[in-house]
Write a new protein. Structure first.
Length: 198
């Protein structure tokens, strides 16, 4: 139990690392929280500082989720029937850290990339299909939020198709709901026709 709680805490702290803010500072750019959409995620870094900053932010946010799960796979002792539930809890902690960062007064990003990192470890085929759906949708619409929203809706379906784990399907449902909630402002702008394109 101690190892499990330590891994959950570590996952939250990893997720809390504000990748976009760090990238902006390293590149000598403005604080993304006060520019563009005010978000610290990939889409806003692309608008504020360009493709390189966006790519670094995306990679960092994905790695936060993936590393948390890989550490859990390495260090978590056998828990029998609770093993998958424990891994799901670690993944949830990483995404919650990103969304409600300890280092940003419990504010943060929208969780799309960190969720992808978690799912990439737990259910790689689901992650691959979601990545393809994201890329195709972005190419067609040129709107980041539409791609993110579509993948959030598809997340439980994809995990359900490629995994028989009830814990992972339950986790994907929670993450889907959290991502959709974090995109409320984007939905409002989409309905008004005001969401920015690439």
């Amino acid at each position: 139990m101690v190892y499990f709680l330590a891994l959950v805490l570590l996952a939250y702290l990893l997720g809390s690392i504000p990748t976009g803010l760090l990238v902006a500072r390293l590149m000598g750019g403005p604080d993304p929280r006060g520019t563009g959409s005010g978000n610290i995620g990939t889409a806003n870094l692309y608008r504020v500082l360009g493709l390189k900053a966006a790519a670094l932010t995306l990679a960092g946010d994905i790695l936060k989720g993936a590393i948390a799960l890989l550490l859990a796979l390495l260090w978590l002792p056998p828990l029998g029937t609770w093993q998958e539930s424990a891994l799901a809890a670690v993944g949830l902690a990483a995404v919650l850290g990103h969304m409600f960062s300890l280092y940003l007064n419990f504010r943060g990003g929208k969780g799309v990339a960190t969720t992808f990192g978690v799912i990439a470890v737990l259910c790689p085929w689901a992650a691959l299909n979601l990545a393809l759906a994201y890329a195709i949708t972005l190419a067609q619409t040129r709107i980041f939020s539409i791609s993110a929203l579509l993948c959030a809706w598809l997340l439980p379906v994809a995990v359900g198709l490629f995994s028989g784990s009830k814990a992972y399907i339950f986790l994907s449902g929670i993450l889907s709901g959290l991502i959709l909630l974090k995109h409320r402002a984007n939905l409002e702008r989409l309905f008004k026709g005001e969401e920015p394109r690439l």
